[in-house]
Design a protein around this ligand. Structure first.
Ligand code: TRP
Ligand code: ZN
Length: 869
């Protein structure tokens, strides 16, 4: 069993005693016995003659220092301890044997389908050779790959190809050299046979770069959108950030077995095939957008992550928060800014807020880590990007870009810290970020409680703002944060009132810095309607006691689409809360006429962007609603969400039908306008599915669908509304796509989300489907992930059957792939949020995990935290 003693603390960071300036790697690829020869040039940085190298699952074949067989070493569970080392510089030669074929953890060198590939972030390089596997050791890499010529025609690694040939045994070899020093986590190797598409890109300074996308044989026609997205990303980074690519070649390889979305290895990105492969028949609009944003994300890492990397893993948000911010801006500039913002905010308000209130709560820069893989979280990524966005809000675009330039001037080619980033922003702008830094060290979600007070006599409007952050598991004491609160005041005609204070015009961004503050606005000639936390200017929960009328007013009149959406959400939220109370008292749920009328007007508003209307109509989901309550009442919330959907569908049926029919398209194109129209049309269908015409409409749409978007929208509607056509659609789809795991993932998601009473037994059947395997993380996330995270009714079944299923799967996954197991356990960790009976049942499964004798440290860390051990 993993022991608590292995925890690492941020405060214990020590700079390395040695560094490695160059490494020459040779791989003799073999399925069970790959030989790796690593020759490193080591340089002593202090006076120590001992060096600890990291290593896991390795067989040591030989060890030399300066060409001498070395015996002064000890092999431990976690690596090699070398002693009696020479002073100054020396050459270290390590030869290891590794077994890619049994590597189901998908970390280090492994086999995906017919190809070899690597995943080294965060600490996977130590499964390839004994090395200083830490991000502050930056070396130049030369990599030689030797492999069977027929089976592996493409042998790829980082940098530029410098030599190739054939060995005496007739195997081929290729040598790569990466001129940019990098930490081991950015190393990559791929060997296989692929279809490849190629383009030439001319950078803004006129250099030519070869772009290559590699996909499984037969998938060439599914690679074009990824290539297009890459070109767009390169152009965008030149225009908005002034950043250019720095090698002659940029390669993207799609693999089917991958633990996460994609990986930014220098010059050789490796992608989960889910985020590369797409054509009209296999991918939804949502898939197309996800590909664009992840291709962008990995490309943007070339500067924010690779050119400037992290000093230690506690600084992960330095590269991830910033790169998520950059990919969000990329999607916003290319598509609809408000729709992108709405989607990002929903991710924060649902899953990130939940994580920050769970036993896994941690600041965006964690203080204590047992297994680093457990900290690739919504907090580090998404809340991390919100923190960068707040800096952007406080500084403005011009100063922010100045800060970026200064950051690169100071830290290019080095390993930096979050503090370095904030200092660069502060120094470039002259804006004080002292108190703001608390966002890096304080966990939990702040609550802003705001009230307004109008004085007719003084023509003044006062906003009383108080902030409070509750204790979290990891941190008892909380301090007041620097919160940028963006706001407007509206007059009764729907015009913005100029904000004036002490005789001067003031900014629409209030600096909330104390636990209680009052902001007074002058020259306000009527009682205004405040629009608060516009653009979600800070990742906080906001409370303001709005009337229905005020919210409807903002839904209609706010001059900012995000604010309109947010008002709509608050309005729906009010009714959801009220209805939850009613259901508990055995009363009928209701929605007022005024609310129904407001949504009707919106639906018929020809001037609004259809994609935006679709977002307005999306009810808050179960996970978002759960965040509004201390104790989650599963039964009442699911009942209310369904009955409100039915009620809106019934009341707006004629309008929904007319919009649905008007928006029918005669061909499929993936520009933003057509995507928006499909989004609205399919949103209408999701409501209409709950009316008497549901079955007919859904069946027709399935049969006439021109694209995967419309197919999946029909199947999703059938699934959630429990329509009688569900089974036949599911069968038809499976017949057509059973040989394509990636396309079948959409089917597995539907099985996982199936709200019907026999869902669990159908999930067991799905696990027997020929496309399913416990070894592929995408299949697990689709079927099991959907059940645990998006099927509240059946996962939280009172009998405990859903929890038992989860427990059983987690025990299996613990051995197959601990990283994936650890992601899947999250819903169980939150047991304290449910009623006593459910708590006990969930806890039992966690305890059973803890009693296993081979529990990996990934699960160990989370389960012990949850059980408070
Ligand atoms: N750095 C990757 C990204 O943000 C994340 C990643 C990919 C990762 N694969 C991983 C992290 C495996 C941990 C383990 O794009
Ligand atoms: Zn990233």
């Amino acid at each position: 069993m993993a022991s608590e003693l292995q925890a690492k603390y941020r405060k214990d960071y020590q700079s390395p005693s040695h560094t490695i300036t160059d490494i020459d790697l040779t791989f003799y690829l073999h399925e069970e016995k790959t030989r790796v020869v690593a020759i490193s040039q080591v340089r002593q940085l202090d006076s120590t003659n001992q060096l600890v190298l990291d290593g896991e699952n390795l067989e040591l074949a030989s060890l030399h220092i300066n060409d001498q067989a070395w015996t002064a070493f000890k092999v431990t569970d976690t690596g090699l301890e070398l002693s009696a080392l020479p002073d100054g510089e020396f050459e270290l030669r390590v030869e290891t044997m590794i077994n890619p074929s049994t590597n189901t953890a998908l970390e280090g060198l492994y086999i995906s389908g017919q190809a070899y590939c690597t995943q080294c972030e965060a600490e996977g390089f130590r499964r390839i050779t004994y090395y200083m596997d830490r991000p502050d050791v930056l070396a130049r890499y030369t990599t030689t790959i030797v492999a069977d010529r027929e089976k592996y025609p493409y042998l790829l690694s980082n940098g530029n190809k410098i030599e190739e040939g054939v060995t005496e045994d007739g195997e081929s070899w290729v040598r790569w050299q990466d001129p940019h020093p990098k930490p081991a986590y950015l190393f990559a190797l791929v060997a296989g046979d692929f279809d490849m598409i190629q383009e030439q890109y001319k950078t803004k300074s006129g250099r030519m770069v070869t772009l290559e996308v590699f996909v499984d044989k037969g998938n060439r026609d599914r690679a074009t959108h990824a290539m297009l997205s890459l070109i767009n990303a390169m152009q965008w980074d030149e225009e908005r950030f002034g950043l250019e690519y720095d090698l002659d070649v940029y390669m993207v390889v799609a693999v089917d077995f991958f633990n996460m979305g994609a990986m930014e290895n220098k010059g050789l990105n490796i992608f989960n095939s889910k985020f590369v492969l797409a054509n009209d028949q296999t991918a939804t609009d949502y898939d197309y957008q996800a590909i664009e944003s992840i291709i962008g994300h990995e490309y943007f890492h070339n500067w924010t992550g690779n050119r400037v990397t992290c000093r230690d893993w506690f600084q992960l948000s330095l590269k991830e928060g910033l790169t998520v911010f950059r990919d969000q801006e990329f999607s916003s500039d290319l598509g609809s800014r408000s729709v992108k913002r709405i989607q990002s905010v929903r991710l924060i308000r649902g899953p990130q807020f939940a994580e920050d209130a769970s036993p896994m709560s941690h600041p965006i820069r964690p203080e204590k880590v047992i297994e680093m893989n457990n900290f690739y979280t919504l907090t580090v990524y998404e809340k991390g990007s919100e923190v960068i966005r707040m800096i952007h809000t406080l500084l403005g675009e011009t100063n922010f870009q100045k800060g970026m330039q200064l950051y690169f001037e100071r830290h290019d080619g080095t390993a930096a810290t979050c503090e370095d980033f904030v200092s660069a922003m502060e120094d470039a702008s002259g804006i004080d970020l002292k108190q703001f830094r608390l966002w890096y060290s304080q966990s939990g979600t702040p609550v802003l409680t705001v009230s307004g007070e109008y004085s007719e006599a003084d023509k003044q409007f006062a906003l009383h703002v108080s902030q409070h952050t509750s204790s979290t598991v990891d941190q008892e004491e909380k301090q007041a944060l620097h919160i940028p609160l963006k706001m407007s005041l509206y007059d009764s005609e729907g015009n913005r009132i100029e904000l004036r204070c002490n005789g001067e015009k003031v900014s629409d961004i209030l600096n909330v810095t104390e636990s209680e503050q009052t902001f007074i606005f002058e020259n306000v000639f009527e009682k205004p309607v405040p629009s608060l936390l516009e653009e979600f200017s800070a990742p906080v929960k906001l409370f303001y006691d709005y009337s229905d009328e005020e919210l409807i007013f903002l839904m209609v009149h706010a001059k900012n689409d995000f604010a309109r959406w947010d008002a709509g959400q608050m309005l729906l939220g009010k009714y959801i809360r009220q209805n939850v109370e009613k259901v508990r008292d055995n009363q009928e749920t209701t929605i007022s006429e005024g609310v129904i009328q407001a949504f009707k007007d919106l639906l018929l508003d020809k001037s609004a962007d259809p994609a935006f209307i679709a977002e307005m109509f999306a009810l808050p989901n179960f996970n978002e609603v759960s965040e509004w309550f201390d104790e989650v009442d599963v039964d009442s919330i699911t009942t209310v969400l369904k009955s409100m959907k039915v009620e809106l569908a019934t009341a707006l049926k004629p309008e929904l039908l007319s919009v649905y029919h008007q928006l029918k398209q005669s061909d499929y194109t993936i520009d933003h306008e057509s995507i928006g129209q499909r989004a609205l049309r399919n949103m209408c269908l999701s409501y209409l599915a709950f009316t008497d015409q549901g079955n007919e409409l859904v069946q027709n749409q399935y049969q006439q669908a021109l694209s995967m978007t419309d197919v999946i929208a029909a199947m999703t509607a059938a699934n959630l509304a429990g329509l009688s056509c569900r089974e036949s659609l599911m069968q038809d789809y499976s017949k057509q796509w059973k040989h394509d795991g990636l396309v079948m993932d959409k089917w597995f998601v539907l099985q996982g989300q199936n709200p019907s009473e026999n869902a669990l037994s159908m999930i067991y059947d799905s696990m027997e489907h020929e496309a399913f395997t416990m070894k592929n993380p995408n299949r697990i996330r689709s079927l099991i992930g959907a059940f645990l995270n998006y099927n509240p009714k059946r996962f939280h079944d009172k009998s405990g059957s859903g929890y038992q299923f989860a427990g059983k799967i987690l025990q299996q996954l613990n051995t197959i792939n601990p990283q994936v197991a650890s992601r899947m356990v999250d819903p169980l960790l939150k047991f304290k949020r449910y009623d006593k009976d459910r708590q006990a049942l969930m806890k039992k499964e966690l305890e059973a995990l803890l009693n296993m004798d081979n529990l990996a440290k990934d699960l160990y860390e989370k389960v012990t935290k949850a059980l408070d051990i």
